[in-house]
Design a binder for this molecule. Sequence first.
Ligand SMILES: [Zn+2]
Ligand SMILES: [Zn+2]
Length: 336
Amino acid sequence: MRFNPISGEWILISPDRGERGDYFLKEKEDESFGPGNCPFCPGNEGMIGKIIYGIKDYEKLAGEYLLKVIPNKYPLFTVEQDKISYSVGTYDYHSTVGAHEVIIESREHNLKLSEYSDKMWFNIFNAVKERGNDLSRDIRIKFISFFKNYGFLAGATMKHPHSQIVGMPVVPHRVTEEIQRGMEFYEEKDRCLFCDVLRFESESERKLFVTEHFISFIPYASRYPFQVEIYPKRHSHNFFEITDVQINDLSLMLIKIFQAYNEHLGDIPLNMVLYSCPVNLEGPMHEKLKHINLFYHYHIKIIPRINKYGGIECGFGLHVNPVAPEFAAKVLKGEK
Ligand SMILES: [Zn+2]
Ligand SMILES: [Zn+2]
């Protein structure tokens, strides 16, 4: 991991993954893994090695796995190394100590995101919670998250339904940025910035769906067309403290969102990413963020990958969104 002192972000250089030859966007899906030779399909457990965590079904499947968590075969972060950090001239280097796991979400190879059941989502987020709480016991890990790449244009290399859990030794740039803004807002106004946004969006035309514990909306300044964010209604900085009742409710929310995408935009490629508070903060960082429970608010971003990025996005970080958020909300609610 290398730190850019000018942009203030850590960049992960991973040439090993590049050597796999999958770093160019492919227009067509890679069909090299069909149900017969897919390592994620039931019966092919010999191809994946150890199972870190699993949920079994005893009612219909005689104790077979419904969901499995395994180590990523091409990990960005691994526990089997030391935490090493040093300077390289003007720059900073950090070893990629951490964790990178894959959740095999379903027994079925060909399952669209819009076809997931509430039970499946419950199992997925339960696995995220269990694994996250386990990984947080490794004090070298400072940030734990969950993300999903759906579709080859969104970065998925396997078709079989899966997502990923990652534990990182540093807090990524987009998260530190949000934390910093949340902290400054709190210092000035004595309230949570995210709670303010949530309250405003719950009355706005960009509001999508509301469940008992969550609200989803298209952000006022969305980076991406049809981007959706999900916030817990009750202030909470740490996703990993979520209760079973809340996971159940979140599952219902995800079903609404993915069915709306499918109905109005089709089976589009997308990323889903969890933003939760950092963990195991020490020293000055711990001191600085000791009240993070007051000013950070966990949330989930869903990012459709339906437009291309040019020089203005990649060069300046200035995202051009071709779809007005208010229009996007109408489309997803079936009002347009
Ligand atoms: Zn499969
Ligand atoms: Zn809040």
